[in-house]
Design a binder for this molecule. Structure first.
Ligand SMILES: [Zn+2]
Length: 184
């Protein structure tokens, strides 16, 4: 990552709740978000995500198939989760993921080997979870260059995303596409 670049990375996980207002905001602001989707979350409505990919700079990334703690699985189990999600994303969206966010942010040496075998160029976690999670006063940290903001496709995504974009702007940072910044 080029440390000097005044950028932050917006990432949105899972994909269960498909709020049109959140999609509208992503497209209006042309936010280059990394969408760490579970195949199950687009199996009933892939159009929601296809619109984000077709009309904006967001990309679909790997978050496994079934959202397990990967460290509880052996190599074959991890491969089924990571390559399986890659194959389903590719089949549905025509674009293979380059990044893996292991569920719960937990991974081990096997995950790194597996990820590479499944076409992943980097395993990424996050630096700030800005999901409100029902709090009255959701987090408002001071963002710095290179921060990775975690959000979720849930009922508060629109407000959480607005808050994240405001915090980025306040810090003089612009959202950038994470897959283009991670080292090979
Ligand atoms: Zn998740």
């Amino acid at each position: 990552m080029v440390r000097a670049d005044p950028v932050v990375f917006i990432t949105i996980d899972d994909g269960w709740f498909h709020d049109p207002a959140a999609a509208k905001l992503l497209l209006e602001r042309q936010v280059p978000a990394s969408l760490f989707l579970l195949p199950g979350a687009y199996s009933y409505d892939s159009g929601y995500f296809r619109a984000l990919l077709d009309r904006g700079p967001s990309r679909v990334e790997n978050h496994t198939v079934n959202h397990p703690d990967l460290t509880t699985l052996d190599a074959a189990g991890q491969k089924a989760e990571v390559c399986g999600a890659r194959d389903q994303h590719l089949a549905r969206f025509g674009d293979g993921p380059r990044l893996l966010r292991p569920p719960y942010g937990t991974y081990d040496a096997t995950t790194l080997t597996t990820a590479r075998a499944c076409g992943v160029k980097a395993v990424v976690t996050w630096t700030h979870d800005l999901t409100a999670w029902g709090q009255w006063n959701p987090p408002n940290p001071e963002l710095k260059a290179g921060d990775i903001v975690l959000l979720h496709f849930n009922e508060t995504l629109e407000q959480d995303l607005k808050r994240a974009l405001d915090l980025a702007a306040a810090a003089g940072l612009r959202p950038a596409p994470l897959r283009e910044y991670v080292p090979e």
